[in-house]
Ligand binder design. Structure first.
Ligand code: ATP
Length: 643
């Protein structure tokens, strides 16, 4: 069957013999079409009439910018491919689309297949993707990072020792063993690994699962020539073991360039050349571009295909001529045969068996949750600017409030005002502080999440839950530290029950406020936009708290909005704890004619608070917290889809 279809494709051509040789060599390594199992048989990637546009929205109008223009090509199993072109030619865009990791802002037309099967969600599990920009949790060590990634990515049946051995083997090969216990570090003064070491670590992370298809966006940028050569050498070895590797690369040395078996040159979004690396010099020579002996061929090709400022028109003409010449060349025909063959077989032969990861057991979601919570907890604990500063700030504020209201006697008219003032401070401190902190903290890891989610590592719900769980100890510990200091310094009720109830209400207040902050941080693209909406929301909270206006006098929409105000629930419940059952408030020193509150019931009535509402207020806060978390999750899913 394969014979006949190939014969049809071959036809009569003057380049028949050369193409036949190419097909023969391809067939030699070709796979069984009765099953689809790229992991065992290697990956042949083909794309046909691929056009990619970027959606650009400006003042409500969507425009489309064409980045890739009607490209076709193929990469055979076990190839090491250099994807090259001048800066801005469209390499990263093409690679992200081929790797199924493209942004939702790109519109893709055309077909892409892996071993005859349309590229789909399965690419997450079939391919590794090393991005141009590294993204790590800076506070983790190399070993911690690799251990977490191994536990998220590898077969759950592997033992701890197997995983550790695999990690050590990879790190040894990449020369990272000496950094095993070094912190990865960020881009600032906390920098610990060098740029090149981070590149190698990113590569190590991707090859953990031995993917049969690997995309690397500028893997050698930032590496010294020895490390770059070593890295490409490792890739070359992987390719010889049937891994298909596509790499964008800038200015490779002669030695590195010669290790690539295939070259794809793109210019202005078109194909300038696809074929064997060794034949590229010949192609350009035939067009009259002879590479001087002093030049590296790679540099020379890019020089011809670049558009230097001031020479855009002539460069565009040159690029057009080269791309047009390539389209009618034997090199293009050779690739076209493979493309047509792949698409034809994909349509003609329906594999009986699809095997992607037949012998692979993914880790359970709760184990993923465990490793993610572990990762974020390490981050929180190791980041002094987050935890320590926050705790110190809370201690400082508690002491300040404590001294301001120190020695208050609550059983006088002035004392009533002071106690309500302390309550306001407690609620405010446990509302605005956590809400604004999480607003900026929560989105910090969203880019890492989006990247890992696109790689199929975990579900958004697992990420969301893991982030909340890792923050939860702080959401409990912080208010406990705060209230333990502030409560006893101020003149609040000196009973354990009142203290315990106040602590519970304050913990609830902080948690519902944090949930609200998390919801806002997920609802908006950026922190400044979220802030712009959160500030008016704060005013609604304050107005409906019952401190500044009698709740019974609230009109229209505010009368309903008060049910969303945990500020009101919290203030009411703390007031009930302080005033319920109090009967001995004195009117001493009260000026003649001014009203005097004689007991707790009168105090609560003054603010329109109801004595029996304590349980209702606490339950409502729990419901509000759950509702904010759920809404935050929906916003996260919505934004993830749009990325
Ligand atoms: N989402 C997008 N919106 C608008 N323009 C985009 C978008 N993505 C890519 N582009 C544009 O498409 C062109 C190609 O970008 P791409 O990043 O693919 O180039 P590249 O060849 O990888 O460049 P470099 O080597 O500098 O990384 C650039 O002009 C870039 O500005």
């Amino acid at each position: 069957m394969e014979e006949t279809q190939l014969d049809v494709l071959n036809g009569d051509s003057d380049i028949e013999s050369e193409m036949q040789a190419s097909i023969d060599s391809f067939r030699e390594r070709s796979r069984s079409y009765s099953r689809w199992s790229p992991v065992d048989e290697g990956v042949t990637l083909a794309w046909n009439n691929l056009t990619i546009y970027a959606k650009i929205k400006k003042r409500g109008i969507t425009n489309y910018k064409r980045i890739i223009n009607d490209m076709s090509g193929a990469v055979k199993a076990g190839s090491l491919v250099a994807l090259m072109g001048a800066s801005g030619a469209g390499k990263s865009t093409l690679m992200s689309v081929l790797g199924y990791r493209n942004s939702a802002k790109l519109v893709v037309e055309g077909d892409m297949i892996i071993n005859g099967r349309k590229i789909d969600d399965y690419m997450k599990y079939l391919s590794g993707y090393m991005h141009q920009e590294d993204m790590f949790i800076p506070y983790l060590t190399v070993l911690e990072h690799m251990t977490i990634m191994a536990n998220l990515k590898l077969d759950r049946r592997l033992t701890r020792d197997d995983k550790r051995q695999k990690i050590l083997n990879i790190l040894t090969e990449l020369g990272l063993l000496k950094c095993l216990h070094s912190k990865i570090g960020g881009t600032d003064q906390n920098k610990a690994l060098s740029g090149g070491e981070k590149k190698r670590l990113a590569f190590a992370t991707e090859i953990l699962i031995d993917p049969p298809l690997l995309f690397c966006d500028e893997p050698t940028t930032g590496l010294d020539s020895y490390s770059a050569q070593k890295l490409v050498g490792i890739m070359s070895k992987m390719a010889s073991e049937r891994t298909t590797i596509v790499c964008t690369i800038h200015q490779p040395s002669m030695d590195i360039f010669s290790m690539f078996t295939q070259l794809i040159l793109i210019a202005d979004g078109r194909t300038a050349y696809i074929g064997a690396t060794s034949k590229a010099i010949e192609f350009f020579q035939n067009l009259g571009y002879t590479c001087p002996s002093t030049y590296s061929p790679a540099d020379y090709f890019i020089k011809i295909l670049a558009s230097p400022p001031g020479q855009e028109d002539s460069s565009r003409q040159t690029i057009k001529r080269i791309c047009d010449q390539y389209a009618v060349s034997d090199y293009a025909k050779e690739i076209d045969v493979v493309v047509q063959y792949e698409f034809h077989m994909g349509r003609a032969v329906v594999p009986r068996r699809f095997e992607l990861r037949s012998n692979f057991k993914e880790i359970h979601w709760h184990s993923k949750l465990y490793w993610l919570v572990y990762r974020w907890t390490l981050e929180v604990m190791r980041n002094p600017t987050i935890e320590l500063t926050r705790v110190l700030q809370r201690v400082g504020t508690a002491i300040l409030i404590g001294f301001c209201y120190f020695g208050t006697n609550p059983y006088t008219q002035n004392g009533v005002q002071s106690v309500q003032g302390v309550i306001f401070m407690l609620v405010t401190e446990n509302t605005f502080h956590p809400m604004y902190s999480v607003l900026s903290e929560f989105p910090e890891n969203t880019p890492i999440f989006i990247r890992e989610y696109k790689s199929g590592l975990y579900h958004p719900a697992t990420y969301y839950l893991s982030r909340i769980l890792s923050m939860l100890p702080g959401f409990i510990l912080e208010p406990v530290i705060f209230i333990s200091l502030a409560y006893w310094l101020t003149g609040l009720q000196r009973t354990f029950d009142a203290f315990a109830l106040t602590t519970t209400v304050i913990i609830l207040t902080m948690n519902v406020a944090s949930a609200c902050g998390i919801m806002f941080s997920n609802a908006f693209e950026s922190v400044p936009t979220a802030l712009a909406y959160l500030v008016p929301f704060d005013y609604i909270l304050m107005i409906t708290s019952g401190i500044f206006i009698k709740l019974s006098t609230l009109t229209n929409v505010f009368d309903y909005l008060k049910y969303l105000s945990w500020f009101m629930y919290s203030t009411e419940s703390l007031s009930i704890v302080q005033w319920k059952g109090i009967t001995n408030i004195t009117c001493e020193n009260q000026q003649q004619g001014l009203p005097c509150l004689k007991d707790g019931t009168e105090v609560l009535e003054k603010y329109n608070f109801t004595q029996d509402n304590l349980a209702r207020d606490m339950i409502n806060m729990i419901f509000l917290m759950i509702a904010f978390y759920l809404l935050g999750y929906l916003f996260l899913c919505y934004r993830t889809k749009r990325k």
